[in-house]
Design a protein around this ligand. Structure first.
Ligand code: GDP
Length: 440
């Protein structure tokens, strides 16, 4: 995710390497490179320019402390500004009301139906709610089938009326049904078109007027960059939606949509979706996203995900181990096994500082991890918890046991070591923050 942007920013900070202090002159290139990186990530010129002007003003206005190099300071400033651009703090998502009514809108193919399923699953499993999903797409019978399959898969009820071609009436009837069946959240999946279309807008606006939704979520495919932003504008003008859902973040997304939507429509991104599995839905945290864009990983989210899988005690132990730089092969293996259940592996691995970059060109599927698992499984418990003790003869034995070449074992050891180095660096950062992962 946002790989190219991350790399370009990292290289922008390199301009400041060796500088003892910040001056207008020596940050000029860095600022220019940051602006270009943003524009190439499909952020429009005006936003990129305003962004870098702010970064520049802040950088020139800050005192560089001895402990932090200009490069580190710039990383920190850019991190804060990126988070700000994406809305600063996470937005609230309201599910009050009985039932709470959530209206889902967006273009066809943006991921509305998939998201409807994911949101229902999230509300059911994480918030203890009892959702009813509603198929209000009266044009495509296949859309009803698709939602029916998803609803079955996650074990929630669905409301549909195959012979009714009045989407407003279907939505109203669904709410009656929810009340009768004690469902406390109703999620209405509406029809989309391939492009912004007056009939579609009117229909969704009419549903809105009839049901008075608690939340209106606009779903948009993050792969569509500037188009996503323009579509958001058009939908917002008609619907005045309450939040944005960015889908397909698991794809080769440049980042423009994520970075520009809040600025353009002044509505927060509330969820991001990154995969077709029902579990791959995340609440959007601007600060964490900024960290990830800067290649710092996202330990907070990783630990949260771990927490969902482990009990609290185990999650705390993992965090402590990462903080104390005692993360070993057994932890790595445990993590692999847990995250395999959680959807997009590459994305999850990218949350570990330093790993995102290391695996950027690697095709990661469940199968790709089999080799790594085999290597760790061929280690003795002693070796797993003492990575530094794995000498050449042990490596030979591990390679043999795992059916791998010695060179593959060596490469894995090196990668693991690099990962631990990154964690170590991160732990040494002042104030628990993580500037200086780059641009030192
Ligand atoms: P709708 O027309 O807006 O309801 O869109 P769908 O929910 O049918 O999604 C369109 C296509 O995108 C389907 O093939 C989905 O499986 C796929 N899709 C939806 N969300 C995601 C996502 O987050 N990541 C990926 N990779 N595919 C997605």
């Amino acid at each position: 995710m946002f790989q190219n942007l991350s790399e370009r920013l990292e290289s922008a900070f390199k301009n400041l390497k060796g500088e003892a202090r910040i001056s207008e002159l020596n940050i000029a290139n860095t600022v220019k490179d940051i602006r270009r990186a943003l524009i190439d990530a499909d952020v429009n010129y005006k936003i990129a320019k305003e962004f870098t002007d702010k970064v520049k003003d802040k950088a020139l206005g800050e005192k560089v402390l001895n402990a932090i190099s200009p490069g580190q300071l710039m990383v920190k400033i850019v991190q804060d500004e990126l988070a700000e651009l994406m809305g600063g703090k996470e937005a609230e998502f309201s599910i009050t009301g009985n039932p709470a009514v959530i209206l889902i809108a967006g273009l066809q193919g943006s991921g509305k139906t998939t998201f409807t399923g994911k949101l229902a699953n999230y509300l059911k499993t994480k918030k203890g709610k009892s959702p009813l999903v509603v198929a209000a797409d009266i044009y495509r019978p296949a859309a009803i089938d698709q939602l029916t399959v998803l609803a079955e898969q996650i074990g929630v009820d669905i409301y549909a009326e195959r012979d009714n071609n009045d989407a407003v009436a279907i939505a109203q009837n669904a709410i009656k049904e929810a009340k009768a069946k004690n469902k406390n959240v109703v999620i209405i999946d509406t029809a989309g078109r391939l492009a912004v279309d007056e009939v579609m807008m009117t229909e969704v606006a009419n549903i809105k007027a009839a049901v008075g939704p608690t939340e209106i979520l606009f779903v948009v495919d993050s792969m569509t960059g500037q188009d996503a932003v323009n579509t958001a504008k058009a939908f917002n003008e008609r619907l005045d939606f309450s939040g944005v859902v960015l889908t397909k973040l698991d794809g080769d997304t440049r980042g423009g949509a994520a970075l520009s939507i809040q600025y353009t429509v002044n509505k927060p991104i509330k969820f991001v979706s990154s995969g077709e599995k029902m579990e791959t839905l995340d609440v959007f945290y601007p600060e964490r996203m900024a960290q990830r864009i800067l290649g710092m990983g996202d330990i907070a989210s990783l630990v949260e995900k771990a927490q969902e899988q482990y009990d609290e005690e185990q999650a705390r132990k993992l965090e402590k181990k990462i903080r104390k730089n005692q993360f070993d092969f057994q932890d790595f293996l445990d993590q692999l096994q847990q995250i395999k259940k959680m959807g997009n592996l590459k994305d999850l691995m990218g949350m570990i500082p330093g790993v995102g970059k290391a695996i950027k060109d690697v095709d990661i599927s469940d199968d790709a991890f089999k080799g790594i698992e085999a290597m760790i499984n061929s280690m003795t418990p002693f070796e797993r918890s003492n990575p530094d003790e794995i000498n050449p003869s042990r490596r030979q034995r591990i390679a043999k046991g795992a059916g791998k070449q010695l060179s593959e074992v060596n490469a894995f050891m090196k990668q693991f070591d690099q990962m631990r180095q990154m964690m170590k660096m991160m732990n040494k950062m002042p104030m628990g923050r993580m500037p200086g992962m780059m641009g030192k």
